[in-house]
Design a protein around this ligand. Structure first.
Ligand SMILES: Cc1cc2nc3c(=O)[nH]c(=O)nc-3n(C[C@H](O)[C@H](O)[C@H](O)COP(=O)(O)OP(=O)(O)OC[C@H]3O[C@@H](n4cnc5c(N)ncnc54)[C@H](O)[C@@H]3O)c2cc1C
Length: 306
């Protein structure tokens, strides 16, 4: 196990924000992972499982514990099924699956990060998510024992899984894909990447800061009376939070080194050596404005690490 100390986490997050981790290990196989976990147990250290760091806001003070960066890179295909390590980038997985003639992962186009992070947060787009393709997950449970679970036991909902409820480390997963029309799938991926390029910022960020709002969470008639054009979102039964932030007049709003993106109002971007504190202040300002104007409580999609 290659244990390092005082590693700056801003170098491991897409936000480019975050202070030092006391301890840091790159786990390249399950033995590395188990040794790291044993070390944390012996020294009574909290553990942070780190994937691509694309959904994290790490505080400026950093993390007083052991960061385990999952670098488990297994990728084995068997017909239309595959086993993939938690550290594999979802972009790589998508490309390799298409090379194997397999479709079903096009919804991952443009999502950064790893398989482990994507399963934990049930990442997705266009109404599809990891829960649609996963058939089994292997993980270390709260007692750091090796376990497997099936999707029905994983509490998958919108941007949620059981791995947000328990302290577990995902090791690998089995996925079931389909032998589909590869050129159509490649075209879809290219179109979606182009659309993202046009509509999402390039500056450092952690993706969407807030979850979108499901129709069932809010009083639609009340929102219409407050002047919002909600009908346009009826098809997907979700109000994009970017729309609410924009309607609240906050697009482009900045605070120190952070800004609400001009391109997509649910992105906070790091424009000038931003600190986590500035992001947190901007998040609470946005929440307060949206609550005051529309009576809606926003919930963060980004994970806070302190
Ligand atoms: C530009 C941009 C666009 C994005 N677009 C989307 C999108 O369209 N849809 C979407 O859903 N998300 C999107 N995201 C958010 C993010 O990419 C996803 O949430 C992604 O799945 C996070 O994966 P990660 O490996 O980077 O996780 P990390 O950020 O490293 O970690 C996120 C959480 O998962 C935990 N975790 C990571 N690996 C493991 C593991 N092996 N076992 C247990 N816990 C683990 C971490 O402890 C942390 O709590 C976007 C982000 C960015 C920056």
């Amino acid at each position: 196990m290659n244990l390092q100390k005082n590693i700056l986490l801003k170098d491991y997050t897409t936000f480019k924000i975050g202070g030092p981790a006391d301890y840091f290990v790159l786990a390249q196989n399950v033995t590395d992972l188990q040794e790291a976990v044993a070390f944390a147990k012996e020294n009574n250290l909290p553990i942070l499982a780190l994937g691509g760091g694309s959904n994290l806001l790490v505080t400026d003070a950093g993390f007083r514990g052991l960061v385990i960066k999952l670098d488990l890179q297994k990728l084995d295909f068997a017909g239309s099924e595959l086993t993939v390590g938690a550290g594999v980038l979802v972009a790589y997985l998508l490309n390799k699956s298409l090379e194997q003639g397999l479709t079903g992962l096009e919804f991952l186009a443009g999502i950064p990060g790893t398989v482990g992070g994507a399963i934990r947060g049930n990442a997705g787009t266009y109404g599809q998510a990891m829960s649609d393709v996963v058939t089994e997950i292997t993980y270390l449970d709260e007692n750091y024992e090796l376990k497997t679970c099936q999707p029905n036991d994983c509490h998958f909902t919108y941007r949620h899984s059981i791995f947000k409820e328990i302290k577990a480390i995902i090791i690998e997963a089995k996925l079931k894909l389909a032998q589909g029309d590869i050129s159509a799938a490649r075209q879809l991926v290219a179109d979606r990447l182009k659309y993202r390029q046009e509509t999402q910022p390039n500056e450092p960020s952690a993706g969407c800061i807030f979850k979108n709002i499901e129709f069932k969470e809010v009083d639609i008639d009340d929102l219409k009376q407050r002047g919002l054009d909600i009908e346009q979102f009826a098809k997907h039964q979700k109000i994009p939070t970017s729309y609410l932030i924009e309607q609240a007049g906050l697009k482009g709003y900045s605070m120190g080194g952070v800004q609400v993106s001009q391109k997509h109002a649910n992105y906070i971007i790091n424009v000038d050596q931003a600190t986590a504190e500035q992001v947190i202040m901007l998040i609470s300002f946005i929440k307060q404005q949206v609550r005051d104007k529309y009576g809606i409580q926003l919930h963060e999609e980004v994970q806070f690490i302190s």
